[in-house]
Design a protein around this ligand. Structure first.
Ligand SMILES: Cc1ncc(COP(=O)(O)O)c(C=O)c1O
Length: 359
């Protein structure tokens, strides 16, 4: 008997490795710091809306996501035709690569960066061109510009970069965009945009508006704490946004997710105040571990990055955290990413870094 075989590039796709939940430790509250999630539970009002919407799940969702498009258009003062919604920013990444790339095409991105990029590239049968990040975890934009060939169709700029945490400045992005030919699509992945606190931060909306080849990705998963509902969106020039919408699975963003995302935008101020709290915690963690002697890169997302030089050190660190009731995310051999969590989790993490050998 023979079994039908997928395309070779599909068979070569690595599995997406999700952050693990913490192991149970009797007598110890354990914490998940492995998926860059928002540790705050949904606001009561948001939960009420979700519960009400759940009462309508015998019906299909509004296929046009009208309410949510309108709410986003109003919140960001952009025309609805320059928006594309999908089941998480990750779905938009797949839609985008499958729409713009095929076999023989190249997609340039920094590495390490978000691990869905190479998977989406292989799913489309295209070729990933990985440009190493610098020693301090930053995009090497000069090398990325130099990596663009006549086969390049898409370039990702992930800012803040998952997992290294560093951000590109607007000046750096503008200089980079000036070098990219207009027929190459530049995706500025701003999944963590709301967490950025730096001078000369990227203005994603102004950037996509001033170019014909820039897409900006955002999500409700991180700052808005709705990772479980799966809603992401893109800002893009109208023809690109239309292509992304055309590539979406019909009815992807479900009834409850649509209603909850709208309710979250109505409570944007309250939710973004929680982001401020997470940034206060991020500062405490960064200062705490640096005071303990760790040299870590700038952290502009809701996570911090520890670069190591071997898989063994990454695993040793992850095991020590696990032992302390903290599940972190190792990326052997390059390093370990630790999400900013509940204050107790962060305190325990800072203590751990005070005693974990710096090798
Ligand atoms: C850089 C980056 N982009 C996109 C995503 C996808 O977000 P979601 O699919 O939850 O909207 C993530 C999630 O971790 C991410 O880190």
């Amino acid at each position: 008997m023979t079994t039908p075989q997928p395309r070779p590039s599909v068979a070569a796709m690595p599995a997406y490795v999700a952050g693990k939940p913490p192991a149970e430790r009797p007598g110890l509250v354990t914490y998940k710091l492995s998926s860059n999630e928002n540790p705050y539970p949904p606001l009561d009002g948001v939960l009420d809306v979700a519960a009400e919407a759940a009462g309508r799940v015998n019906r299909y969702p509004d296929a046009g996501n009208t309410e949510l498009y309108d709410a986003l258009a109003q919140a960001y003062d952009v025309p609805a035709e320059e928006l594309a919604l999908s089941t998480g920013a990750v779905a938009l990444i797949f839609q985008l690569i499958s729409a713009y790339c095929g076999p023989d095409d190249e997609v340039v991105f920094a590495w390490r960066s978000f691990e869905a990029y190479p998977i989406a590239v292989l799913a489309a049968g295209a070729t990933a061109v990985k440009v190493p990040v610098t020693a301090s975890g930053e995009h090497d934009l000069e090398a990325m510009a130099a990596a663009i060939t006549e086969r390049t169709k898409v370039v990702f700029v992930c800012s803040p970069n998952n997992p290294t945490g560093t951000s590109v400045t607007q000046t750096e992005l503008d200089a980079f965009l000036a070098k990219v030919p207009e027929h190459v699509l530049v995706v500025v992945d701003e999944a963590y945009a709301e967490f950025v606190r730096m001078d000369d931060a990227i203005d994603g909306i102004a950037t996509y508006r001033s170019r014909s080849n820039v897409v900006v990705l955002r999500t409700f998963s991180k700052a808005y704490g709705l990772a479980g509902f799966r809603v992401g969106y893109a800002f893009a020039p109208a023809p690109i946004a239309a292509t992304l919408r055309a590539m979406a699975l019909p009815f992807g963003v479900n009834v409850v997710a649509q209603a909850t995302a709208v309710a979250s935008l109505e409570r944007q101020a309250e939710l973004l105040a929680r982001v401020d709290d997470l940034i206060t915690e991020r500062t405490r963690v960064v200062e705490g571990v640096r005071a303990a002697g760790w040299d870590i890169p700038d952290a502009q997302g809701n996570f911090v990055w520890f670069a190591f030089d071997s898989a063994e050190r990454c695993e040793e660190f992850a095991a020590a955290a696990d032992e302390a009731g903290l599940m972190v995310r190792p990326y052997p051999p390059e390093g370990v990413r630790v999400s900013i969590g509940e204050p107790e989790a962060n305190t325990r993490f800072i203590e751990l870094m005070g005693r974990f050998s710096r090798g």
